[in-house]
Write a protein that binds this ligand. Structure first.
Ligand SMILES: O=P(O)(O)OC[C@H]1O[C@H](OP(=O)(O)OP(=O)(O)O)[C@H](O)[C@@H]1O
Ligand SMILES: Nc1ncnc2[nH]cnc12
Length: 171
């Protein structure tokens, strides 16, 4: 099945000049979504991941489905002011603005194996802030980073530290 054909590209959203890569049509199709998660389960099952980290909001959908398939937990990295417990926070820039990300102070147990998941790697600002939040505040092992879509032109990968990044599709 051609999973990629369910990713829709929209010009000039949310700002002129941006081509928005939208995977919600893929989510809406049960067969395509299952095929994607089955493929990712196969790719990551030998890593014995304890926790899949999802980044708000679109990253949550992929992270929780994959965590369930792997028998792992899910931790949510959220936009500012949404997590009720004490948090660590980090400001960052992304392709079309700036924002603040937060994680609960009790998100992980020491030594856990982590997989970080988001839908799109653009400038790398969001992932950079997420990695900073995790590395500066927790003693865990970040095994790999997973994106559904990588926007090669924006060179986000080059701005990120030396951690293996796997992107399913490149644009
Ligand atoms: O590599 P970057 O330039 O940082 O951009 C990538 C981020 O941008 C989008 O999130 P957005 O903040 O638009 O939030 P959403 O998932 O809540 O729609 C996307 O889901 C990534 O998290
Ligand atoms: N072009 C894009 N499409 C979808 N999500 C994004 N996040 C940042 N840039 C994006």
């Amino acid at each position: 099945m051609n999973i990629e054909s369910y990713i829709r590209s929209t010009k000039d959203f949310p700002k002129p000049g941006v081509i928005f890569r939208d995977f919600t049509p893929l989510l809406a199709n049960g067969e395509a979504f299952k095929a994607l998660i089955d493929q990712l389960k196969e790719r990551f099952s030998n890593k014995k991941i304890d926790v899949v980290v999802g980044i708000e909001a679109r990253g949550f959908v992929l992270a929780s489905a994959l965590a369930y398939a792997l028998g792992a937990g899910t931790v949510l990295v959220r936009k500012e002011g949404k997590l009720p417990h004490a948090t660590h926070s980090q400001e960052y820039e992304l392709e079309y603005g700036s924002s603040v990300l937060e994680i609960s102070r009790d998100a992980f147990e020491k030594g856990q194996k982590i997989l970080v998941v988001d839908d799109v790697l653009a400038t790398g600002g969001t992932l950079g802030a997420t990695l900073k939040l995790i590395k500066e505040n927790f003693s865990v092992s970040i095994e790999e980073i997973l994106f559904l879509i990588e926007l090669d032109e924006l060179k986000g990968r080059q701005r990120l530290p030396e951690i293996p990044i796997y992107s399913v599709f490149h644009y």
